[in-house]
Design a protein around this ligand. Structure first.
Ligand SMILES: [Zn+2]
Length: 170
């Protein structure tokens, strides 16, 4: 009687093992993964200037394009922009090149916000690229590409992307 019971247990264990090998193809829900990473020497300098509420970019020594955020390599000329050279002070004004209106939070796609928010692609004056931030204090129907906007800095900048709260219409 005891031996028979033992056999049954072995068989059940092997069945469990087989089911553990199944591949899970879908999992509903969010996975939260907090992490830190270093942004590199060029972006380090960029964010350091945020602490002084200052915007800088770097300039390709060959074609003259100005990058915000700064780049190590100019994609057009395929040359390295030296870290210690070609930094350009930029104003905190720019032109809205494009935008999108979304009812979702940027970092939380599962919950809807009551008020739709506007995300704008802004080309800082004197630069050839654009950065993406929220447009503040503006109704979606008032947003127009080509309009002048200005950075709204946070009261206590700490040298990271959140120092720019967004852009406001000028
Ligand atoms: Zn270039």
């Amino acid at each position: 009687m005891l031996i028979i019971l033992f056999v049954i247990i072995i068989k059940k264990k092997s069945e469990i093992k087989m089911s553990e090998n199944k591949v899970i193809v879908a999992n509903k829900g969010l996975v939260r993964a907090d992490f830190n990473f270093w942004v590199g020497q060029y972006m380090d300098r960029f964010y350091d200037n945020f602490e002084k509420k200052k915007l800088i970019g770097n300039k390709c020594q060959k074609c003259g394009d100005v990058f915000v955020p700064p780049r190590k390599i100019c994609g057009k000329c395929n040359i390295v922009i030296p870290l210690e050279e070609n930094w350009v002070d930029l104003p905190d004004t720019g032109i809205l090149k494009n935008y999108t209106i979304t009812p979702y939070r940027v970092n939380d796609r599962t919950s809807r916000k009551a008020k739709p928010q506007v995300l704008g692609m802004v080309q800082i004056d004197g630069s050839n690229t654009a950065i993406i931030y929220r447009l503040l204090n503006i109704k979606p129907e008032e947003v127009k590409t080509g309009m002048k906007v200005k950075i709204e800095w946070s009261e206590k900048p700490k040298g990271d992307p959140s120092d720019i709260k967004g852009f406001v219409k000028m």
